[in-house]
Design a protein around this ligand. Sequence first.
Ligand code: IMP
Length: 172
Amino acid sequence: MPVDVMLSAETIQTRIRELAADIDRDLGGEVPILVAVLKGSVHFFSDLARAMETDAELDFMQTSSYHGGKSSTGVVQIRKDLDINIEGRVVIVVEDIVDTGTTLSHLLELLSTRHPKSLRVAALLSKPEALKVEVQVDYLGFDIKNEFVVGYGLDYDERFRNLPYVGILRDE
Ligand code: IMP
């Protein structure tokens, strides 16, 4: 299946360096816990963490809302929880894409019950036209149109995650 490039690897990396600098500035030296939301955020998480100058702890969560295909079931389950206790800590959730906002809002609700000192969100992509649940994204890479995208961690039935760019999957 052909993929048309929407955001090149270079465009993504340039934006990540800007986001990392914003995060460093806001942290003011405090050590945060960066939380990757697997699997889609894997490359963004890794590149963002390495572009930051501030020392950070890394942890991983996995939710499931899409069970293959291109449409959401609306059901959010926690498949893997954090290992680190986030109470009293600065937490930055790192997401691949905010589509309807359902996944992120459930996740933030859950994490806030654990009383972190602060809870912020970094997302590579957002589709404002698809948003159904309002969620605050503190560090956003790019707003994109309401189209299904793959690459740089994002999949279609588990494929295309290893592309170094984000692109649109053509139905042919
Ligand atoms: P939401 O709960 O509708 O905001 O969906 C969030 C999750 O759906 C993301 O973390 C992705 O895993 C997946 N998703 C949403 N849009 C796309 C897309 O265009 N391509 C691939 N996965 C997507």
